[in-house]
Design a protein around this ligand. Structure first.
Ligand code: NAD
Length: 729
């Protein structure tokens, strides 16, 4: 396969074009790198070549490194394999940067420019950063940056070292530490690239032909180089690093190895010459890749997330793209669903019981679009287009021609049955009917449907416009066509789907409830609420359990507890939790929306601190547990529920269990998800831990048979249930 082609122009400019066959976006592979290397050698050796332009044959320049290659490098070569591979890559990029220059006189290099037609991410920016000048097309849709940190690694193709030296550590920080992406104009303003032009290839060509020796020497290759903003032992630089360390630890709580390693690479690299700094970067990069957390994050947040988005579990039926969507119920969820669908170009009929309620639902889209315009993320024209796609009405006849309905009316069996019947009378016989229920069984709701094979759950999370996960739930009678329809819809609105089977609370809520409950239980035991909350945050949960229940509301918790109690009868395990929960609601502390919950809130609704009154009712125990024990309880409560969901057949693919956990409720992303966490811990250790927790705290921590079996056979979850194992089975 030819990823890079070489064409010599009559003007003496060699154009190297990156165009990976069969892909819509260029990604870098080892083979691609070898081809690029060969072309650079050829251009540098050919006296007829005056200069080189590296560009892309696609709409965009490149999406980054093929992360499967990184995973393979680690699996096959271990640490030495990664380090050697990365150093070879540095060798090629450094060759481009020096381009045949005499190291003493800094003369005689051939100009090499990058011409970016569109998006340039990861190695897609690191390669241009090694060139002598970067031209980007004036394409506001293009994204330029180094997003590696977001999937648990850092820019390891020289991007860290080059950007820190080009911009200075302070100015480089948002790009390196936060993975900030910019459009070409903003990237130029920040100093990431050099020129934004209508025709980057033409401009790069002209520049290459006119460039002088002085244009080709990077600042860090000059004797008088000083790091912008000051190196670490400069007073200003010192302050930057002190601040950055504190900030990184504050943001990551110390659980993301990549951010810390990146800072170390920048700090240590700043003290030595450039080529040594690259070696240091490569060592830290290897260190991060050898940490099981980075592998787990890449697997869940990139490889598996993408596989699910591309339909890994989609039944093999023809395209089911939605053309006209009916949304029943224009409340918080229905209004959000209408907004994301209309934004994706789908015509929407938004129905509520009164015209005023339907209009309020549509006004939600208007408000979100106005906000987007004020942030320059949308335009008045776009707003008009999106709003024109939403018809707010009470008239079910308007549903005629809808190929998908999503119902989001009150959480009430009878109300839902009624709207199901009314909608089905108006829609074509082939249409699919979905419910957004969070607690009612899909199979029971399907009883109201005249065509249960076309009835399915599509469960969104709140707020719909922000939350990226959508749970698709198969009822007992749900057919493949309905599953495909739901998945194609989720793809249209650019969210990530998981497909689960019908059972109490489906998957995400089933796991999050025990997390909240464990936190509340500890309050009842007299564990300091601050310890509970901080232990959760220190293990990578975005919100402690008490803050989380404040956000989702305690009266919803009471409602769920009552329904669960009714369903389980004598087996109901959560009385200790309910003591606290019911008492709190009796005190008028229903959570954030009530301005009072486990936390106190000021008049504007801003969270102040934990509510001291809690301690009067539930005084602190004399002996407090250590932070690790609290963390083990909080994580195990969720993880064991995920294992049980797999055992019960609610989950059929552990990739969905992991991706769903991170996107759905923010399960410690550094771990790659509950199954990723168990694999990092090791099943045998997990069983020992469960046995100890069960002995002290009761049967909710009993190790599920599946976990015991995996431990007994020395297996892992991904070893047994990962995609490779599934194919082999
Ligand atoms: P909501 O009370 O904000 O909205 C419900 C809307 O349905 C109201 O506007 C109401 O007027 C309308 N409605 C009621 N009866 C109707 C009828 N017969 N015909 C037409 N419209 C009718 O509730 P919500 O929070 O948007 O929840 C809706 C559904 O989504 C529920 O099933 C809920 O369980 C589920 N859900 C909620 C969340 C959440 O976080 N709130 C998350 C996931 C799923």
């Amino acid at each position: 396969m030819t990823d890079f082609t070489y064409a010599m122009g009559t003007d003496g400019v060699a154009v190297i074009t990156w165009d990976v066959p069969g892909k819509s976006m260029n990604v870098m592979s080892l083979q691609g790198f070898a081809q690029l290397d060969g072309h650079i050698d050829r251009a540098l050796a050919d006296p007829a070549v005056k200069g080189v332009v590296i560009t892309s044959g696609k709409v965009d320049f490149a999406g980054g490194m093929d992360l499967n290659v990184i995973a393979a490098m680690r699996d096959q070569g271990g640490a030495q394999g990664i380090f050697d591979g990365v150093m070879r890559m540095h060798g090629v990029l450094r060759k481009i940067e020096r381009a045949g220059m005499d190291p003493k006189t800094l003369k005689g290099a051939k100009p090499i420019a990058a011409a970016l037609p569109g998006t340039a991410l990861g190695i897609g920016l690191e390669l241009p950063l090694a060139c002598h000048r970067i031209f980007a097309a004036d394409n506001p849709k293009a994204k330029i940056g180094l997003p590696e940190i977001l999937i648990g690694i850092f820019p390891g193709g020289g991007g860290t070292t080059r950007l820190a030296r080009k911009l200075g550590p302070m100015m480089a920080a948002p790009f390196l530490l936060e993975g900030k992406l910019s459009d070409p104009k903003a990237a130029k303003a920040a100093g990431l690239i050099d020129d934004v032009v209508a025709d980057p290839l033409g401009a790069a060509r002209a520049w290459v032909l006119a460039a002088t020796d002085a244009d080709l020497v990077k600042p860090w290759d000059r004797k008088d180089y000083r790091m912008p903003g000051g190196a670490p032992y400069h007073p200003a630089g010192f302050m930057t690093f002190v601040g950055a360390s504190a900030m990184v630890n504050g943001k990551t709580q110390g659980v993301y190895p990549a951010a810390k390693a990146l800072l170390s690479a920048v700090y240590e690299g700043a003290l030595v010459p450039f080529d040594t700094a690259l070696k240091i970067e490569a060592r830290w990069f290897t260190h991060v890749l050898m940490n099981p957390s980075s592998g787990a994050m890449i697997r869940s947040l990139f490889i598996n997330k993408e596989a699910l988005e591309k339909g890994a579990n989609r039944p093999k039926v023809p395209d089911q793209k939605v053309r006209k969507l009916g949304v029943l119920g224009a409340g918080m969820m229905g209004a959000g669903i209408a907004y994301v669908a209309a934004g994706a170009g789908i015509e929407v009929v938004l129905i509520d019981a009164s015209q005023a309620a339907a209009d309020r639902g549509k006004a939600h889209s208007e408000a979100l679009l106005d906000k987007a315009i004020s942030r320059r993320k949308s335009t008045p024209e776009k707003k008009a287009e999106v709003l024109a796609r939403i018809l707010a009405t009470t008239d079910y006849a308007a549903l005629s021609g809808c190929d998908l309905i999503v119902e989001a009316v009150f959480e009430d069996m009878a109300v839902k049955a009624e709207v199901t019947r009314r909608a089905e009378a108006a829609i074509p016989s082939g249409a699919i009917f979905a419910t957004n229920t969070s607690t009612l069984p899909i199979t029971e709701l399907a009883v109201a449907s005249a065509r249960p094979a076309q009835f399915i759950g599509i469960h969104f999370f709140s707020p719909v416009d922000k939350m990226m996960l959508v749970e698709v739930i198969r009822g007992r009678d749900t057919g493949d066509l309905a599953v495909a329809k739901a998945l194609d819809f989720v793809r249209q609105i650019r969210k990530t789907p998981i497909v689960v089977n019908d059972a109490r609370f489906f998957y995400a809520n089933r796991c999050i409830i025990p997390y909240i409950n464990e936190g509340i239980r500890m309050v009842a035991e007299g564990v300091a609420p601050a310890l509970v909350e901080n232990a959760a945050r220190l293990v990578g949960m975005p919100l402690g359990p008490l803050q989380l229940v404040d956000e989702t509301s305690l009266d919803l918790g009471v409602k769920i507890a009552r329904a669960t109690q009714a369903a389980l009868g004598a087996d109901y395990p959560d009385d200790a939790v309910d003591d606290v929960l019911f008492w709190m609601v009796d005190q008028g502390r229903a959570g954030k929306k009530a301005g009072a919950g486990f936390y106190a809130y000021d008049a504007t609704g801003k969270r102040e601190g934990l509510w001291p009154g809690l301690g009067e009712k539930y005084p602190l125990a004399g002996a407090q547990p250590d932070v690790t024990e609290v963390q083990q309880r909080l994580l195990m409560a969720q993880v064991l529920e995920a294992v049980r969901a797999l055992e019960d057949g609610v989950l059929t693919d552990i990739r969905e269990g992991d991706v769903g956990a991170i996107l759905g409720w923010g399960f410690a992303p550094w771990s790659g998800g509950p199954f990723g966490w168990l694999d990092i811990l090791g099943a045998a250790r997990a069983v020992v831990l469960c046995d100890a927790l069960e002995a002290r705290f009761g049967p909710r921590f009993r190790a599920p048979a599946l976990l015991r079996d995996i431990a007994a056979t020395g297996d892992s979850f991904y070893g047994r249930f990962g995609p490779g194992a599934r194919q082999a089975a």
